[in-house]
Ligand binder design. Structure first.
Ligand code: PHE
Length: 336
């Protein structure tokens, strides 16, 4: 038998073996203990020395070559088998997994809505730093030194010069220092207060400040502006109430409330049976504040207001615990 022919036949069979089992029987038939090549090598023993040598070398070459082909084919069949079996692990009748669509945090949404309404009314958005000085947070806003009014809007001190702003009103000062009237700005942002963390207080929350300064700005314009804002925010049916209040940087000052959106004035838990929900502090800019930024308080007048964003969101979405906003529980957040 011709060793070359055996080699060729074996190679054909290796190539056409479709399974690992089939391949293994080819291996046994050629390279096994009683295989064709093994037998061929055994039969060499009876040949004359010279012939034994050449044929022996030839046979060994064929043998190594075939072994390589076996290994390659084996690896190939193994990967094929593996991917076939992992495919059968998919149950194509199973329903697909629902993909998650993210959404904005309720505070972000309400903040955007507030800004959109006010920008639509002609206010321009301005930002100020969260780390402030006593000057901007208090002094320039006409809070007397060592006066209890500073406790009304208490703050966290970082060192003797710096503090975390406790309201967005410092942005009023920063804008007026840089620009001349007419000024029509809103300033949204985070503020910090050493308050208890309970259902209605958080040591960090959001405010939106508003400031309008020009010649002949009146209290009637403040009322009109906030009434329009409240109706756009909470619905045309809401009533808006101004009652006297105190802030060192406004005179007169007002506390602004809307008729309770839950009981519509009849009295409920949310409005503590008053029929009203307070949402804003406001007033006419105090002449001393104008003097502090170098404006002529005889020539200019203006109004300012500030609102708590969480409070607005709680009223709008009927949320009774402010802490829900900061827990980032996906079951809460994804409802908005
Ligand atoms: N800064 C005040 C506060 O945080 C709110 C306010 C702003 C009041 C502007 C009047 C005018 O309570």
């Amino acid at each position: 038998m011709d060793i070359e022919q055996i080699g060729k036949d074996a190679l054909e069979e290796i190539k056409s073996a479709q399974t690992l089992e089939a391949l293994d029987s080819v291996r046994v038939r050629y390279l096994g203990r009683k295989g064709l090549i093994t037998n061929f090598l055994k039969e060499l023993a009876s040949l004359p020395a010279e012939e034994r040598k050449t044929k022996g070398r030839q046979a060994n070459l064929v043998k190594t070559e075939l072994s390589t082909h076996f290994e390659t084919r084996k690896a190939r069949l193994e990967t094929e088998q593996e991917s076939a079996s992992s495919q059968t692990q998919f149950d194509l009748t199973l329903p697909g997994r629902k993909s998650w669509l993210g959404n904005a945090h309720p505070i972000t949404k309400v903040l955007q809505e507030i800004v959109e309404i006010l920008v639509g009314m002609g206010f321009e958005e301005k930002l100020g730093p969260e780390i402030e000085t006593e000057f901007y947070n208090y002094t320039a806003l006409n809070f007397p030194e060592d006066h209890p009014a500073r406790d009304q809007i208490a703050c966290f001190y970082l060192d003797d010069k710096h503090l975390l702003r406790s309201h967005t009103s410092p942005v009023q000062i920063r804008v007026m220092e840089k620009e001349k009237p007419p000024i029509r700005i809103i300033a949204p942002g985070r503020v910090y207060r050493p308050d208890a963390f309970d259902a209605s207080h958080s040591p960090v929350f959001y405010q939106v400040e508003g400031l309008y300064v020009d010649e002949n700005v009146t209290l009637a314009e403040l009322k009109g502006t906030l009434e329009v804002f409240c109706r756009r925010m909470f619905g045309e049916q809401v009533k808006v109430r101004f009652s006297p209040s105190y802030f060192p940087f406004t005179e007169p000052s007002a506390e602004v409330a809307i008729s309770c959106v839950i009981c519509e004035g009849a009295g409920c838990k949310t409005c503590k049976n008053t029929g009203w929900l307070e949402i804003l502090g406001a007033g006419m800019v105090h002449p001393a504040v104008f003097e502090n930024v170098g404006y002529d308080s005889e020539k200019y007048s203006g109004f300012a207001f500030g609102m708590g964003v969480e409070r607005v969101a709680m009223i709008k979405y009927r949320i009774d615990d402010i802490r829900l906003f900061y827990e980032n529980d996906i079951r809460f957040i994804k409802q908005f």
